[in-house]
Every structure is written in structure tokens, then in C-alpha cells.
Design a protein around this ligand. Structure first.
Ligand code: BES
Ligand code: MN
Ligand code: ZN
Length: 502
């Protein structure tokens, strides 16, 4: 389902002609201010009536509907709760925008007009507030209905952002443009991760990368088995050798030829379906492994946004894509594999396939002489055990400054990270007599032993994000429906933007 287009207008919100007009309210406020009081006055005090009766409290997530009965052109007024003023931030604005958009859509509203949450009394930077408003609304309106013959007829067709403050207009326009670019990247990542593995194959990932390259002006290269063999990518090819669908090693480049700006490399795990291979997973719940390419999806979504926003850096996105299948040709436990840096790996579990394909991608990343490399991977169930589901991704880094930038981007985007240790002591768990290392360190500390494995293939400031717990939501949540979250797109765009200004 395509996301609705966003327009920005200078004017008074109460004059908007829309199916739903959206204003807001802080918790515990008896007398609304700003745009909300302007609408309330036009409605003859109806909003204040709701507050007085206790039917409208301003709590975060709350949305109340009023019917203007011809007092203003809009068909409905929605008041979104911002939560308490002292806890208000960009994310509270994003959440309120999302809740209002979802409520309006569910009522059947096709045209929305909204104020910028937080830009007035909220005291947020107008550009940031507009970005958050657009990100939140579009994230909530996202729906994956491609495979359904009968689409839900309730759909928002247009969104108008209205600002009364003419001095803020250009900031609001700029923020709305960033928000729309980010939201489109999130939707792309969600579409890929929601896509079933018979449709979202490595070839589909490659086609998507080519389309992004054309749309926003990036360079793209797609390596097949022979290409990977030319680089000696034994680890990537080991996982791919049991796959029926051809693998694709995708490289997208933004500002490929610029030598005057630093280079960042983003790497995403692209296992389009993880059966575990010969170390096969239990069948119950295996369907969740459709999302084992969520890291690659986030990188493709972020690269689309980065290209569209023309961020002033050289950014390379690398997504090794393959299925992990059991097959007569599949790699097996006890195999010894040579990666593209010459290091040998004894296979203990073919289900530890993510670190195998990332190994060759991390070696390949070095050729771009990066200032930093960040990989995103649905790498371990152990990370979910450690940090929980939909709480934070695990962050490992060999560089404190890089880790600090990522943690800051995680806070600003509210795609949170929690740093975990990359201590050399973890290395013992992956030592073996039979090769330079083995691909599984066993159960204890599984999230960290996978990170020290990856470190063997790095030679630059590097960070690894284990996003296994972040790839999907089981039910409708603050920023979207059940299903793939698109986690990482907002984080990566924020990280790259932060690097560009510093
Ligand atoms: N893709 C899985 C990890 C995963 C689990 C992601 C749950 C999302 C939700 C990964 O390839 C895997 O199978 N990891 C193994 C590693 C083990 C064999 C060392 C795991 O976590 O059990
Ligand atoms: Mn696996
Ligand atoms: Zn996997």
C-alpha cells in the first residue's frame, strides 16, 4: 500500500478542509493553548468540555474525537494526548502523531490535516518536530497488504501539515521532507521483511536494490556465486551452497566517486529464510525466520533515504543475501571453510550462518577505507534472551567514539541500543584445534561470542548491532501494525546525518 503524500501549508489549522483535523493536549492541562485553543474556540468550547468531564486527559496514546457540526470546514477533530509536559520529547511527538493517524484511518478518514506536534508550546526544534510528526503518522499508516486480493478500503490519501508560525515554515518543510524520506525507507524495509521467503528471495532483494539505485541515484553492483568465488568468499558461499535460490551479494554506493568526504559502510545480514540448514530448527515457529534478512532490509531502506536526502558523505551499503537450507549440497557441521581473508572456520552449527555471510561482507568492507563500519544482523536468540523482545538491540564496538555516536542516534530515533562487552575473554569459546576458529561458541554468552567471531574479520572502527529481538512486533504497537518493524532505518539515517554535521 503506498503511503500518502505530505504537503505543508502556512495557515490556521481550524480553516483546514479535511476528514480529520488533528490537534493535541498535554496531560493535566485544564486550559488548552496554541492551535488546540483556536480549534476549541471555533467549536464553542467543546474540547474544554471533554477535559472538564475527564473524558479527555492528554495521556500519551490517548485520542479523542469531536464532531464540529459545521462550525469549521473539517468533518472531525481529533485530540491526541502528548503525556505530561515535563516528560515531553521528540519521541512523545512521534507517538502522538502515530496514534492520531491510526485513529483517523480507522474511522475512515481519507484526508488529514495536522499541526506539528511539539513545535509550539512543546518547545521542540520545529524541524525535528515536523520530522517526528511525519515519521509517526506514516509509520502508523503502513500496512502490508500486497498478497491480499481484497484490500482494506480504509486508507488515508492525503496529509496536510499546517503551521501558523510563518517563521517556522521552511524548517517545517525541511523536517517533513526528512520524515517522509525516512518513513519511505522504513516502509521499504518492512515490505521486504514481511515478504514471504518464496517471494522475498535474494533475487528480489537485488531487484529492489537496483530499483532504489535508479530512483535515488546510487551505484549498484550485484555479485553472484562466480563473483563471490572470485573474491574467495568461502564463508558466504558455504551458506549459499545448499540454497535453491541463487545468492546475491549486493553493494549500493552513495557518492561512490567522492574522495573529499568520509566513507561509512553499512552491512546487513540478508538470510531470506533461515531453516538452520543441516542443523535444522524446530518446525514450530520457523516461519518467523522470514525476517532473518531484517538487517539487509534496514540497510536498503536507509540507503534509499540517504540517497534521497543527498547526505554529504560517501555511504556504502553491503547486503549479502542467501537462504540457509538443508540440502544434499548444503554445508555441514565439521566442514572447515576458508573466508576471504584466509581465516579458516570449523562449522559446529550450520544454524550459525549469519556470522558466516557477514564475515566475507566485513572483509569486503575494508576495500572502501571506511571511517566506520556498522553491521546489523538478526544474529542470535541469545541477544533476545539478554535484552528482551522489542526493547533494545545489542551494540558491540571496538571504538568508544563510534559506540557513543550510535547510542546518541539510538536515543534520538528511539531505536534504542544497549552496549554489550566485546572482551577478549569471550574469544576462548570459539577456539578449536581444527581451524582458526569455530562458528559457534555454545550457549553461554552466545551474543558476545558471535560478536568476537565477527571481529576476526574487521580492520577498522566497527560496530555490530544484534537486532534479533527488534525485527518484528507480535501485535499492533505505537508505530505500526503487527509484523516487521523496519528497525534500524531511523537509527541509521540519524547516525549518518549526525556524522555529516560533526
Ligand atoms: N537467525 C537466527 C537468530 C534469531 C533467532 C533471529 C530468533 C531472530 C529470532 C540465527 O541464525 C541463529 O540461528 N542463531 C543461533 C546461533 C547458534 C546456532 C550459535 C541461535 O541463536 O540459536
Ligand atoms: Mn541460524
Ligand atoms: Zn539466521
Amino acid at each position: 500500500m503506498p503511503l500518502p503524500p505530505i504537503s505543508v501549508r502556512h495557515g490556521a489549522i481550524q480553516d483546514a478542509d479535511a476528514d480529520a483535523l488533528i490537534v493535541n493536549l498535554f496531560a493535566g492541562v485544564a486550559e488548552p493553548g496554541g492551535a488546540t485553543v483556536a480549534v476549541d474556540t471555533a467549536l464553542g468550547g467543546a474540547i474544554r468540555d471533554l477535559i472538564r468531564t475527564g473524558d479527555l486527559t492528554g495521556a500519551a496514546g490517548e485520542v479523542k474525537v469531536l464532531y464540529p457540526r459545521g462550525t469549521i470546514p473539517a468533518r472531525r477533530v481529533l485530540v491526541a494526548g502528548l503525556g505530561p509536559a515535563d516528560a515531553f520529547d521528540v519521541h512523545a511527538a512521534r507517538r502522538a502523531a502515530a496514534a492520531a493517524a491510526r485513529a483517523a484511518r480507522d474511522l475512515g478518514a481519507a484526508s488529514l490535516a495536522t499541526i506539528v506536534h511539539g513545535a509550539g508550546i512543546g518547545g521542540l526544534d520545529a524541524e525535528r518536530a515536523a520530522q517526528a510528526t511525519v515519521e509517526g503518522m506514516l509509520a502508523a499508516l503502513y500496512r502490508y497488504d500486497a498478497p491480499k486480493q481484497k484490500k482494506d478500503e480504509k486508507a488515508v490519501k492525503t496529509i496536510e501539515i499546517v503551521t501558523l508560525d510563518g517563521a517556522q515554515l521552511s524548517s517545517v518543510e525541511a523536517g517533513a521532507a526528512v520524515g517522509a524520506a525516512v518513513a519511505d525507507g522504513v516502509a521499504l524495509a518492512r515490505d521486504l521483511a514481511n515478504g514471504p521467503p518464496n517471494i522475498c528471495t535474494p533475487g528480489h532483494m537485488a531487484d529492489t536494490a537496483r530499483r532504489i539505485a535508479t530512483d535515488v541515484g546510487l551505484d549498484v553492483e550485484v555479485g553472484d556465486r562466480a563473483w563471490a568465488a572470485g573474491y574467495g568468499m568461502g564463508a558466504f558461499l558455504a551458506v549459499a551452497q545448499g540454497a535453491g535460490h541463487a545468492p546475491a551479494f549486493i553493494v549500493l554506493s552513495h557518492n561512490a566517486d567522492r574522495t573529499d568526504v568520509p566513507t561509512l559502510v553499512l552491512v546487513g545480514k540478508g538470510v531470506t529464510f533461515d531453516t538452520g540448514g543441516i542443523s535444522i530448527k524446530p518446525s514450530e515457529g520457523m516461519e518467523a525466520m522470514r525476517g532473518d534478512m531484517a538487517g539487509a532490509a534496514a540497510v536498503l531502506g536507509a540507503m534509499q533515504a540517504i540517497g534521497r536526502l543527498r547526505l554529504p558523505l560517501r555511504v556504502i551499503g553491503i547486503t549479502p543475501c542467501t537462504e540457509n537450507m538443508p540440502d544434499a549440497n548444503a554445508y555441514r557441521p565439521a566442514d572447515v571453510i576458508t573466508a576471504s581473508n584466509g581465516k579458516t572456520i570449523e562449522i559446529i552449527s550450520t544454524d550459525a550462518e549469519g556470522r558466516m555471510i557477514l564475515a566475507d561482507a566485513l572483509v569486503y568492507a575494508a576495500r572502501f577505507q571506511p571511517a566506520a563500519v556498522v553491521d546489523l544482523a538478526t544474529l542470535t536468540g541469545a541477544c533476545v534472551v539478554a535484552l528482551g523482545q522489542n526493547i533494545a538491540a545489542g551494540l558491540f564496538s571496538n571504538d568508544d567514539a563510534l559506540a557513543g555516536r550510535l547510542l546518541a542516534a539510538g536515543d534520538a530515533s528511539r531505536e534504542r541500543l544497549w552496549r554489550l562487552p566485546l572482551w577478549p575473554e569471550y574469544h576462548e569459546a570459539i577456539e578449536t584445534e581444527r581451524a582458526d576458529m569455530k562458528n559457534s561458541g555454545g550457549r553461554q554468552g552466545g551474543v558476545a561470542t558471535s560478536a568476537v567471531f565477527l571481529q576476526e574479520f574487521t580492520s577498522y572502527p566497527w560496530a555490530h548491532l544484534d537486532i534479533a529481538g527488534m525485527m518484528e512486533q507480535k501485535k499492533v504497537w505505537d508505530l505500526g501494525p503487527a509484523g516487521a518493524t523496519g528497525y534500524g532505518v531511523r537509527l541509521l539515517v540519524e547516525f549518518v546525518r549526525g556524522w555529516a554535521v560533526a
